[in-house]
Design a protein around this ligand. Structure first.
Ligand code: PLP
Length: 401
């Protein structure tokens, strides 16, 4: 038998992909499943971006790229960080990665040793827990309940920081809650961080363009004096509907970027040249498509909030950004489903919704916040309407059972 490494032993597959796989298996068995489990835009990659990829391939951009990214994309990303995020960056301050996910992997692997603590406001994207555990770090969750708008409270953050705290991970707009960062929250966080110079921060801004209410703001722009220990990452996956192109980028202190480049160069010889050419077209091309897409996602959010408003047992707060709904399901607990199962926790609810209503969602416990489920709203209006109708019927019959 193969003796696998300790880091493999510590690592669990992401629950989002597990639910998507269950949904696929049910569909393959002939069931009409609607999957709202994965956070993936259903809209197409813009045609001018696909064109740029064609041209890059035909034009011979088919050799190994520099590990940190092509000059063209590092220039485009530096312009983008300045234009969209208010962060002064030169091409040398940019690292290009295989999706936003690899930026987070590089960042964590370059600073976390076994036993180091990583503060993660919860609910959080499951990917942070995975990579921190892979590195041997200890995720320390900061509870950000719905009643607090899923935002970080500065006093709670301060109380969670100890001598082993190495890193804080921020993610706004947030997956799964849809909360966005406001100036008051970031100023409060910055005040705490100033008192703890040993704490680094990753700001995961992958949903930066998906804000429906309020304005986008990021920590390194709100507190430029902290920029020497803040890594800001983003990518084209969500904003430009390019999840399959695997393209992310980040900016931050040069020594951290250099260490990350070393990690990245150990794992991969850089990022696909074709995807990098496509990303240049996305970042330098017309940006009005972002507003058009934001309008679509806003409409879908409103559709889902409206449709689920009358669902007994669900309480849905209003996401200000990203493309998820994250209703509380605690009022369903203890109830009996149409097929007679007693719902004991959020996993039971997600499993029953899949088996009995044929809608795939993800339990909140996968995002370190049990008592909720997450639905992706990045699906067509027709699918969302049908899914909400099924959820509504499920809730009504479950609550009356
Ligand atoms: N960060 C967050 C908060 C996400 O939700 C995701 C994807 O779901 C990622 C990072 C990963 O992005 P990418 O697909 O670019 O690797």
């Amino acid at each position: 038998m193969i003796q696998f490494s300790a880091c493999v032993g510590r690592t669990r597959p992401a629950a989002t992909f597990a639910m998507a796989a269950r949904a696929r298996a049910l569909r393959a068995a002939g069931h009409d499943v609607i999957s709202l489990s994965i956070g993936e835009p259903d809209l197409p990659t813009p045609p001018h971006v696909v064109d740029a990829a064609h041209r890059a391939a035909l034009g011979g951009q088919t050799r190994y790229p520099p590990i940190a990214g092509t000059d063209a994309l590092r220039c485009a990303a530096a312009r983008k960080f300045e234009r969209d995020q208010g962060l002064p960056a030169t091409p040398a301050d940019v690292l290009v990665t295989n999706g936003g996910k690899q930026a987070i992997f590089d960042a964590v692997m370059s600073v976390i040793d076994p036993g180091d603590e990583v503060l993660i406001p919860a609910p959080c994207w499951a990917g942070y827990i995975q990579v921190v555990e892979f590195a041997g770090g200890i995720p320390v969750f900061i509870d950000c309940p719905a009643e607090a708008g899923f935002r970080v409270d500065a006093a709670t953050l301060a109380a969670a920081i100890g001598p082993r705290t190495k890193l804080l991970v921020l993610n706004y707009p947030n997956n799964p809650s849809g909360a966005i960062a406001d100036a008051a929250m970031l100023i409060g966080i910055a005040d705490v961080l100033r008192r703890h110079p040993h704490v680094l921060t990753i700001s995961d801004d992958i949903y930066e363009h998906l804000i429906f209410e309020g304005a986008y703001l990021t920590l390194a722009a709100a507190a430029p004096d902290l920029a020497g220990r803040v890594l800001t990452m983003s990518g084209v996956s969500k904003s430009y509907a390019m999840t399959g192109w695997r393209l992310g980028f980040c900016t931050g202190p040069r020594d951290w970027l250099a260490a990350m480049t070393l990690v990245q160069g150990t794992a991969t010889a850089g990022v696909s040249t074709i995807s990098q050419a496509a990303a240049v077209a996305a970042l330098d091309g017309p940006q009005d498509l972002l507003e058009e897409r934001r309008t679509i996602y806003r409409r879908r959010r409103d559709l889902v909030l409206g449709a689920l408003a009358g669902a007994p047992g669900l309480t849905c707060s209003r996401p200000e950004g990203a493309f998820y709904a994250f209703p509380s399901i605690t009022s369903l607990l203890g109830c009996r489903t149409p097929s007679g199962r007693i719902l004991g926790n959020d996993e039971d609810v997600a499993n029953a919704l899949l088996d009995e209503a044929l809608v795939a969602t993800v339990p909140g416990s996968a995002f370190a916040m049990p008592g909720h489920i997450r639905l992706s709203t990045a699906a067509s209006d027709a699918l969302l309407e049908e899914a909400c109708e099924r959820i509504l019927r499920f809730c009504i019959t479950t609550c009356n059972h």
